[in-house]
Write a protein that binds this ligand. Structure first.
Ligand code: IPE
Ligand code: IPE
Ligand code: MG
Length: 235
């Protein structure tokens, strides 16, 4: 089976999962965090190179304050609790997004885990935190403009690949497979530039109900897709 190099996931449906059980939305986030664990473990086990998880979008600040506070607490708890497991499994932890908008404590925990795991060589686990693809592109345009003004680059140095140097994670390859749970047919401002030729797998299953078995089916389906990148298949 053709294993994708990079899988990205829009983990959606926590709120609806909770509502359908008569629970508060935050219970859905709690249940969702357990699924995050399972998917990370599975990814490391099958030898996936990169997993990017959309955990908080730049638009999610529009949510009720109590929900945002809960999500940040959950994130803090996660960053503390998971450190030993991340180190034991040789996982390299990274983030994309404007993390400087989070409370100082969260920023410190992110920095600590990123630094500590920087030389790990297994799965690269990237959390998209306060991430928005449009902001990423605008931030890149600003950095490129600065480099031009400072005469560090020339206009013709800017191309489809060199622009990536200015994205949040310059080492991130395009996702091969993008999974969205919760059944919405949209990207919700996630990796717009990088997903130009990404294969999409959308499932109605809410994130807290997403299983390792379905993760495996998504990968299996990916391996059956024919990727043409605009060319014709001459086989
Ligand atoms: C995704 O689940 C988690 C985050 C956006 C943090 P939602 O909270 O969006 O769940 P639904 O879409 O309302 O069901
Ligand atoms: C996308 O889900 C963001 C994350 C999963 C973190 P949303 O629930 O925010 O997306 P919309 O609002 O349905 O487009
Ligand atoms: Mg949602």
């Amino acid at each position: 089976m053709d294993l994708p190099n990079h899988i990205a996931i829009i983990m959606d449906g926590n709120g609806r999962w909770a509502k359908s059980r008569g629970l508060s939305r935050v219970k859905g986030h709690e249940a969702g965090a357990e699924v995050v664990d399972k998917i990370i473990r599975k990814s490391a086990k099958i030898g996936l190179k990169r997993l990017t998880l959309y955990a908080f979008s730049s638009e999610n600040w529009k949510r009720p304050k109590y929900e945002i506070v809960f999500l940040i607490k959950l994130l803090n708890r996660y960053l503390i609790k998971k450190e030993p497991e991340i180190m034991k499994n040789n996982i390299k932890f990274t983030t994309i997004g404007q993390t400087d908008k989070f409370p100082r404590k969260t920023q410190e925990l992110i920095k600590k885990l990123t630094t500590k795991s920087a030389s790990n060589t297994g799965l690269t686990l990237c959390l998209a935190l306060n991430y928005g693809a449009r902001s990423e592109i605008i931030d890149a345009v600003k950095k490129v403009s600065r480099a031009l003004i400072d005469r560090k680059i020339k206009i013709d140095d800017i191309n489809e690949n060199s622009i990536r140097e200015y994205f949040y994670d310059r080492e991130m390859p395009d996702p091969d497979l993008l999974i969205r749970t919760g059944g919405e047919y949209r990207l919700s401002n996630f990796l717009l530039y990088q997903s130009a030729y990404t294969e999409l797998y959308i499932t109605p299953v809410y994130w807290p109900d997403f299983t390792v078995e379905e993760f495996h089916s998504a990968i299996e389906e990916f391996s059956r897709r024919e990727r043409r990148f605009g060319a014709v298949d001459e086989r």
